[in-house]
Write a protein of this length. Structure first.
Ligand code: NAP
Length: 252
């Protein structure tokens, strides 16, 4: 088995958007990046734009796909230092790219079909847990394993319950609860892994112009990737079990 000589990072959903920019910035820091993409052709095109990057087929809702990705990383690189659980969807309907109004409509608590809520949780929560579980054996072998969960401020119950919050209903009954759950999952893994070399943190990229919101977001992917990348490269004195954006800690 080979053992790659540089740190290796896997970024899920990295064929576009914030995930692709996280991958690009990590590569600029000398990390060998693996672009996780459920459509491997899109992943390969995205990897071609980043020096030294490679693509891997990875659908975070498929146990077989996750297991195959973990086996391939072990076989081809022999190590994994960083996992960024970035893959995420805004709603469980047929169309992801939506206006802010459509995102709100897609999560109305009284009418959103349970199947759509399950679809969002499958990717945003169970997908992140499953990928983390599959990659943990490799991460445990790394000298300084880092797990970053790409969350959202709407996962902060302190924020969304504040009457002054300007986007009160945007997270609805599916997306915001999925990110609250991802935050709780972040704490759970951080607690289990306390005392190991692995740190587990959640980051909010901010409202960012991507396909996720028909490019209505006010931030660039360059800005959005900053905090996830910082957490991916944390030194030994950095936090674990935290939730932050590039302005600092976010209340749970
Ligand atoms: P995006 O442009 O829509 O990209 C989402 C990525 O996730 C795509 O690569 C997509 O792949 C991938 N993905 C979706 N389902 C997947 C699955 N089952 N398996 C593997 N990959 C899957 O969205 P983005 O804005 O970059 O969002 C990235 C993350 O940031 C998400 O977790 C999102 O919740 C979070 N976030 C975004 C914003 C924002 O304003 N944009 C704000 C807060 C948090 P395909 O290309 O195949 O669909």
């Amino acid at each position: 088995m080979v053992m790659h000589d540089k740190p290796v990072a896997l970024v899920t959903g990295a064929n576009k958007g914030i995930g692709h920019e996280i991958a690009r910035q990590l590569a600029a820091h000398g990390v060998t990046v693996v672009i996780g993409a459920r459509d491997v052709a899109l992943g390969e095109a995205a990897a071609a734009a980043i020096r030294g990057a490679r693509a891997i087929a990875l659908d975070v809702t498929s146990a077989d796909s996750i297991a195959a990705a973990a086996a391939r990383i072990r076989r081809e690189l022999g190590r994994l230092d960083v996992l960024v659980n970035n893959a995420g969807i805004a709603n469980g309907g047929p169309r992801q790219a939506t206006t802010m109004d459509a995102i709100i409509q897609s999560g109305v608590p009284s009418t959103t079909p349970l199947a759509e809520i399950r679809t969002v949780f499958e990717t945003n929560v169970f997908g992140a847990i499953a990928v983390t579980q599959a990659m943990l054996p490799l991460l445990r072998e790394a000298p300084a394993g880092r797990i970053v969960n790409v969350s959202s401020r709407v996962g902060s119950m302190t924020t969304i319950s504040d009457p002054a919050y300007p986007m009160p209903r945007v997270g609805g009954v599916a997306y915001a609860p999925s990110k609250s759950a991802l935050n709780a999952v972040t704490i759970a893994f951080a607690q289990e892994l306390a005392g190991t070399a692995i740190k587990v943190n959640a980051a909010c990229p901010g409202y960012t112009a991507t396909d996720f919101n028909d490019h209505t977001g006010s931030r660039s992917v360059t800005e959005a990737a900053r905090e996830p990348v910082r957490l991916a490269l944390l030194g030994p004195d950095g936090p674990t079990g935290s939730f932050s954006n590039d302005a600092g800690p976010i209340p749970w």
